[in-house]
Design a protein around this ligand. Structure first.
Ligand code: PLP
Length: 406
């Protein structure tokens, strides 16, 4: 295994295009990553040759589709270091969290129980808990940030207590980049006998994290942030938890027998997978995992750190520009504001230079309120980005800052 950024770039056809007369500089990877050719080919193969519904068909196309579709479960098990029978297919992180909220939390939480989340969470890891809190009488407790915009561990220790039944925490903030201290937070939750859900949306691309060893009870991720297709993702939980949880949706494929009086359900994970699934999406997810298995993730992490350091150094030179995320323990992204400039104007001008960034609240409105901001400009990097591209971002931002101040 080796890492050659130009060879990697050649695998991603989207990178070969121009936008507004400039080569595309794609810095919106925290929202969704581009897809390599092998994933596009897998989607194309299913859509053009192997089109069939899965599981019940005895004909050749259905057998091919089912084999390719179910193979992704084993690949996910390998990627996460867990048994494939504990991997539930979902539409993505949002659906995975909602399944835990409705099928575990709603069943197990009582009035005055507490769900601990952090001030950094994506709406997907806030709103499902608000809904279940209303249904059960449980309360949401928010772990605050320290001066570096990391979760404050001392305050967390004071807020995670005997009433805490669940800690639902992201591995890293999509909005400002902070990587959360998972082992320390999980230890605090476990000391109180609480369950732990980790929102892995931003880190699942980075390779296995030892979920059971770390003490995680539920893990959620999305394929489209891992070089895979949109509309597919996963929920992992140990078998005994999945068995104890009621189904998510009722319908075809999640049953054992159906009678008008009552029905019995399939074993997990299929108990949670009613209806015709996103077959192409899960097959494409499998191709993305095959692709990820060929990469040197330690080398990619070093490359992404170098991109981040270059971006921070270049952007910090610009008068009036303020970076929100922490200097250390960060995802490969810079989230910043430019004094006196509306972030949408900045993004529009960057787009004229072929640069794709994201602006706004990044689905983290409570965090923006905490920071006293309407939103930020976020450039998020992936393995295929280069130092030259980052330099183009920094030079363009310097020009835009001069223009908007003039
Ligand atoms: N959690 C985090 C940290 C995210 O960054 C995202 C997407 O940006 C989500 C959850 C929701 O993921 P999805 O929209 O794929 O369900």
């Amino acid at each position: 295994m080796s890492f050659d950024v130009q060879a990697l770039r050649a695998d991603f056809p989207a990178l070969a295009q121009e936008v507004n007369g400039h080569p595309l500089h794609y810095f919106d990877n925290a929202a969704t990553t581009l897809k390599p050719r092998s994933v596009i080919a897998a989607l194309d193969r299913y859509n053009s040759l192997d089109t069939a519904n899965v599981h019940r068909g005895l004909h050749e196309l259905s057998a091919r589709a089912t084999t390719a579709y179910e193979a992704t479960r084993g690949k996910l098990g390998e990627w996460l270091g867990v048994p494939e029978s504990e991997v539930v297919y979902t539409r993505g992180t949002t659906e995975s969290i909602n399944i835990v909220a409705q099928c575990w939390a709603r069943e197990n939480l009582r009035s005055d129980d507490e769900i601990a989340i952090s001030a950094l969470e994506h709406h997907a890891n806030i709103v499902p808990w608000q809904i279940v809190a209303r249904q059960t009488g449980a309360r949401l407790v928010v772990l605050p940030l320290n001066a570096q915009n990391h979760i404050d561990l001392e305050a967390a220790a004071a807020r995670i207590g005997p009433r805490t039944r669940l800690l639902a925490i992201s591995a890293g903030s999509n909005a400002i980049g902070s990587l959360n201290p998972l082992p320390e937070l999980i230890a605090l939750a476990k000391a109180q006998g609480a369950r732990v859900l980790v929102d892995g949306a931003q880190v699942a691309i980075r390779g296995p994290i030892e979920l059971p060893a770390l003490g995680v009870d539920f893990y959620c991720a999305s394929a489209h942030k891992m070089f895979g297709p949109t509309g597919s993702g996963l929920l992992w939980a140990p078998r005994e938890l999945l068995e104890a949880m009621p189904p998510w949706m009722g319908g075809g494929d999640m049953i054992e027998t159906v009678r008008f009086e009552a029905s019995s359900y399939a074993e997990p994970p299929w108990k949670f997978e009613a209806g015709t699934p996103n077959i192409a999406g899960m097959i494409g997810f499998g191709a993305a995992l095959d692709y990820l298995q060929t990469l040197d993730h330690a080398a990619i992490a070093a490359h992404e750190d170098a991109l981040l350091a270059r971006a921070r150094a270049g952007l910090e030179e610009i008068d009036g520009l303020r970076i929100l995320g922490p200097r250390v323990h960060s995802l490969p992204l810079v989230s910043f504001v430019l004094e006196g400039a509306h972030e949408q104007d900045v993004a529009t001008l960057l787009n004229e230079n072929g640069i794709a960034v994201r602006t706004g609240h990044h689905c983290a409105m409570p965090l923006m309120a905490e920071l006293g901001l309407r939103g930020t400009i976020r450039a998020s990097f992936s393995a295929y980005n280069t130092l030259d591209e980052v330099d183009h971002l920094c030079h363009s931002m310097a020009r835009i800052a001069r223009l908007l101040r003039a």
